[in-house]
Design a protein around this ligand. Structure first.
Ligand SMILES: NC(=O)c1ccc[n+]([C@@H]2O[C@H](COP(=O)([O-])OP(=O)(O)OC[C@H]3O[C@@H](n4cnc5c(N)ncnc54)[C@H](OP(=O)(O)O)[C@@H]3O)[C@@H](O)[C@H]2O)c1
Length: 338
């Protein structure tokens, strides 16, 4: 613990859920910095899910794929053994789910996180674990005062999330809380990163659930109904800044506690206006249902800024995301790039 806790380039680190949107970018950044990466996926034989990782620069020399499932106890024991740092990003990500308590959301998020942490606690080589939480774990509470500044002391209310069946938000909140309890009891050096809504280029073959939300927003298919509107006021953050944040808190000897990771926080209407002006070729909605309006709040990101992170703008993250969507052929040829 303490000053010796950081990992450095040249060392072996583990990334769970490595084929995901965020984790793929994290693996890319780690390889670029010279790390050896042990990457866990559920099915290393699934080319659709892993081939983009195998093609990354440095992968043939320094990337190792391992199979592990969050729901299998002990699945991560072998995987984390010998690693200096562990980035636990794997978790089911979708705002909509039918059988929340057991199946899709809460069990893998909460029990899965504990499984990974238990394996880390048994591995003497592991000096620090960085857990990907979410601003979902801090911004849902019944009585949030207008103009709140949410910081690393803020927590979403589990009762409030249950009452409104916000299962993803509940899962992230409970998973992070249990992680802190476990780390304290087991003297594990844990740091958490809490990204807001992540936007940017998508490396995996298939779009992640949040990338599909962005696509729907741009195409105007997400405008009037529930989907994007359930996030009435959101922070947005570039996927590469999130990856960098994970590495910064892993490397910084003095990193402690929770790190909110976000660029600008905006109401949906304002985001819609910005995107509609910037990309007039799309039908980006600028009005969202009143009932979904949320209270004004901001996010205190000073802890990451003090570690040197300069967050990219909302314009930059959407430009980079769109460029990626164009390369994937997701828009017709008549849609010109801004
Ligand atoms: N995207 C955002 O806006 C956002 C914002 C804040 C926080 N986060 C957090 O960032 C992390 C990554 O999210 P993402 O957007 O990159 O999502 P993603 O692309 O859906 O990646 C999720 C990863 O978790 C893995 N996973 C899910 N259930 C699993 C299980 N039972 N066992 C093993 N692996 C499992 C998935 O594997 P499969 O491909 O095999 O399903 C996938 O690799 C999550 O912890 C999420 O809560 C995301």
């Amino acid at each position: 613990m303490g000053e010796a806790a950081q990992s450095s380039p040249g060392e072996l680190v583990c990334v769970t859920g490595a084929n995901g949107f965020l984790a793929s970018c994290l693996v890319k950044c780690l390889l670029e910095r010279g790390y050896y990466v042990r990457a866990t996926v559920r099915d290393p034989g699934n080319a659709d899910k892993v081939s983009h990782l195998l093609r990354l620069p440095g992968a043939s020399e320094r990337l190792e794929l391992r199979e592990a499932d969050l729901l299998t106890e002990g699945s991560f024991d072998d995987v984390v053994r010998g690693c200096r740092g562990v980035f636990h990003t794997a978790s089911p990500v979708t705002a909509f789910t039918v059988d929340p308590e057991v199946l899709e959301m809460i069990a893998p998020a909460v029990n899965g996180t504990l499984n990974v942490l238990k394996s880390c606690a048994k591995a003497p080589s592991v000096r620090r674990v960085v857990l990907t939480s979410s601003t979902s774990a801090i911004r849902f509470m019944p009585e949030m005062p207008f103009n709140s500044v949410l910081d690393d002391t803020s927590w979403s209310s589990e009762d409030f999330c249950r009452k409104y069946k916000m299962w993803y938000y509940l899962a992230k909140t409970v998973a992070e809380r249990r992680a802190w309890e476990f780390a304290e009891k087991n003297n594990l050096d844990l740091v958490t990163v809490l990204p807001s809504f992540v936007v940017g280029p998508v490396l995996p073959k298939n779009l992640s659930s949040t990338a599909l939300d962005v696509l729907g927003l741009l195409k105007g298919t997400l405008c009037d109904a529930k989907k994007f509107s359930i996030y009435p006021r959101m922070g947005y953050v570039h996927v590469e800044d999130v990856a960098l944040a994970h590495i910064l808190v892993m490397e910084a000897p003095g990193a402690r506690g929770r790190y909110i990771c976000s660029s600008t926080v905006m109401d949906n209407d304002k985001l819609g206006e910005l995107l509609a002006m910037r990309y007039p070729q799309f039908k980006v909605p600028t009005k969202f249902p009143e009932s979904y309006k949320s209270k004004y709040y901001t996010l205190d990101t000073s802890k990451l800024e003090k570690l040197g992170l300069k967050f990219r703008s909302v314009e930059d993250m959407f430009d980079d995301c769109l460029e990626n969507f164009y390369h994937r052929g997701l828009f017709s040829l008549t849609d010109t790039l801004y």
